[in-house]
Write a protein that binds this ligand. Sequence first.
Ligand code: FES
Ligand SMILES: [Fe+2]
Length: 414
Amino acid sequence: MDLQATVLRQLKNRREGFSLEQPFYIDQDYFKLDMETIWYRDWLFVGHDCEIPRAGNYFTAQIGDYPVVMVRGKDQVIRAFHNTCRHRGHRVCTQARGASAKLVCPYHQWTYDLDGSLVFARQMGETFDKSEFGLKTVHCESVAGYIFICLANEAPDFAPVRASIEPYMKPHRLWEAKVAHQNTIIEKGNWKLVWENNRECYHCAANHPELCRTYPEAPTATGVQGAGDDPFIAEHWARCEAAGLPSEFKMDPTGQFRTARMPLIQDAESYTMSGKPAVRKPLSSEVPISHIGTMLLFHYPTTWNHILGDHAISFRVLPISAEETAVTTTWLVNKDAVEGVDYDLEELTHVWNMTNDQDRSIVEENAFGIRSPAYEPGPYSVGHEGGVMQFVEWYTTFMINRLQGDKARLTAVA
Ligand code: FES
Ligand SMILES: [Fe+2]
């Protein structure tokens, strides 16, 4: 039986409310199928507009087998390209980020304009047509300061994502923020374990002493159900919405992305040990009130986010192999905030650096145990792990739909 059929059968016969079977977390072929079915075909968050504020600024990313580069053009438009030279395939941009008037391949100096067109190729003969060898484009969209790309030839419609998340994010003006800090950690676990861990706070009280000073562990705040019935949250939404900040819990019908503005504990305004803002300058001039809590956005499979009054934190998930995942955390502050004057970097980053490291350890121990032949899928807590169940449900439905769609297409062709 071929792998696709096996996976399809396993997903369809999955015991609902239970974790996935072992190969979904450790097997290289299952991983390849995840990459081909989800990662190479859907919209992925890669970074922020403000990481490349000027024409010629670029950053690179590795999506499975695909090196890509995101560049701001002279026309200020942000574009994404396959970072593979049209001469013999060398990576054109070999650094994580940089600034350059043109993109020059280091191998034989083929030179590309910021819009990807080939403008110079030494001694290629009279008949050589440069217009045939521009960098291959990757679909690219920027929404409220977030850059999404899609590697598929035909990208799914981005309009529903934009329409849903833009109103929530726009007041925070993140496209003109400043990166105060960014780091990438490697977690030795499958990308789905990283997400499962993120989607619940059942583990928070015992594992995250720093985060729990300010972030509520109640499933109504952290999960996907019952938020509107919590009077504390309902009051928070009413106050924020009256100030022009969209806040109510909003989940896309596909389950792929969600926005909601949640209050922090008591008087806390930020993820600091004191709960007080870490940055003296507010993040956005368009937010007229304090104590706005945290605007939560997730978009599967690449990003979850916390947008506060004084700073924002984005998380980017990129799989490396079946059992390794890179998680990049970026702290954004007001562009005019000065380190050492308006904020202390250690204070700004402390809580999430600690939390990330605690989560890394959890994910790695989770992966360790799942490798055991004695592992079998276990039951999620309905009360506390609704978010995990929702993620696994999304994954299962998404995979089944795509795999069945592929099968139907193949049959039609045959
Ligand atoms: S491979 Fe890029 S110039 Fe030759
Ligand atoms: Fe955690």
